[in-house]
Each structure stands twice: as C-alpha cells, then as structure tokens.
Design a binder for this molecule. Sequence first.
Ligand SMILES: [Fe+2]
Length: 303
Amino acid sequence: MPQLISAPGLTTGHAPFVEEARHRGELYITQAYDLYTEENHEAWRQLYRRIRPRWEQYANDHFLRGIEALDLPSDHIPRLSEINKRLQPLTGFQAKPVSGYVPGFLFFDCLRRREFPTTITIRPVDRMDYLPEPDIFHDVAGHIPMHTEKSFADVLVRFGDCAHTAVEITALITDEAERNRRLVNIIKAMSRFFWFTVEFGLMRGKRGLVAYGSGLLSSYGELQHAIESPEVQRYPVQLEWLINQGAEIDRYQPLLFVVDSFDHLFALVDKLENWMRDGKLNNVAPGLPEVHENDLRSFLDAA
Ligand SMILES: [Fe+2]
C-alpha cells in the first residue's frame, strides 16, 4: 500500500522549494503558486477572517482603501501576479518574491526601485499568533495595501535614497574600522526608523488614533493592543528619540510613535538623511536591532 505523505507546501520553516533556492544562493524566486496546499490556504483564510473586523476598527483609511483596490482575497492566498496587476498602475510598486532575509542595502534599494521583497511562505495553522519571521500574510496583507497610497509609497522610495546616501558618505572614509563602525551605526539608526514607522507606526487620523505599521496591521492581537491598551506608551514621533530607541523583538511593543500624516513622515526621512550627512547617526545608542555581518557587507559591496 502506498504511504500517504502530506505535501509540505509553502509552510514557514517547512518549504523545500524555498530552502533549495536559498541553498543555491537564489534570493529572487517565483511564487510557485501550485505548491500551496489546502492547509496553506486555510491558514490565510483564518488569518484574514479573524483580523478583518479589527482592520475596520483600527487601520488607517489608506490601508482600508488599499485592501479594496487590490481586491485582496479572503479565501485563498493571493497570486502576486494578480496583486501586481492592480498595484503597479497606482504607485508603480510591485511585490517581488524572495527566498528569505534580504540584507539591508539590497532591501532598501529594492524599495527605491518600487519593488517590495515578499515572502511566499505562510505560517502553519497551529501557530497563528507568534512568528519570529515574516510570512506572506505579514508581507501581503500587512505591507502591500499601504503601497497603493502614493504619499506612503514615496516615503519608501525616499528611504531607499537614504541607503544610497549612507554608501556615498561612508565610501569616502579610508580607515576601514572607522568606516565600518559608522556604517553599523547608520544602519542601526535606519533600521530603528523603519521599525518604529513602517512596521509599528501609529497615525492620528479622522477616526482618532489608527495604525499604519505593517507589524501591527498583520497581528490580530497587537493591532488592538497598540491602540487600546493602557500599557502602551504612545508619543508624537521625535527623530532624536526614535533613532536611539532599542526595538522589542519578542513581545508587544511597549512604546509606539505617532505621526500626523505621510507628508509628515516624508519630511522625517528628509531630516534623517540630513542628520546622516551631518554625522548625527555616527554613534547612536547601543541595543536592538543587531546589525548583522551580511547587512554591513551589503552596504560595503554597494560602494
Ligand atoms: Fe515587515
């Protein structure tokens, strides 16, 4: 009798298609849509149905319009080609499937080209709430609806410019140790900026406080917690605080920053770049996130 082996599909931590690509050194891959199992689609369905009412309550209006504009499916994992067909005419952005972590410079440079590195795997159905790495629900349901909004898309592109500025100004430093030290600090400051805005940002909107950060918008538990819990400190964004504030990786954020608008956020990215040029990011407070060797290497290689 033939043995029944359940197909691994494209499940986080168990996706041979993705692992083999990574093993071959391939960062950019295809979505391989036919590999998704019924269980993978079921995970999407459950995640979507559970969070939808919370989006209506706590997400910013641009995000809600983005969901409609993309016609984001509720009952199956979306095909990135179909998402891109609707997304590209709006802001020029496209989801680009990747096999795993994209090192710092390459990631920011993708944003500058209006490409969003997108994970294709989905979390297992028995681990709906906590996942240490991004999956397609985080990337496509959390990030991509925001990319339909021009003012937000422009922020991401501008942020990509800053990565180029970092390369340009540090390439002039001849002392290798000093160049690396400064780059690590600049990358840390940029990562913190990204973390506290694009991933976990709050905005003051017509309906009161709402979320625009994708880490919040893709988390059923933290989305409500971020807006409602008295345990969360919420402060108007201040660049000097944000670039020196350590991030929390394994628990709900105790501290969140609020912007007034995406024009406000864009102006902050301009300020970040000016501060980088003025040397104000050369020695930020220690703490998370760690800057890994391959992140540093990606900036050095770009020079
Ligand atoms: Fe993210």
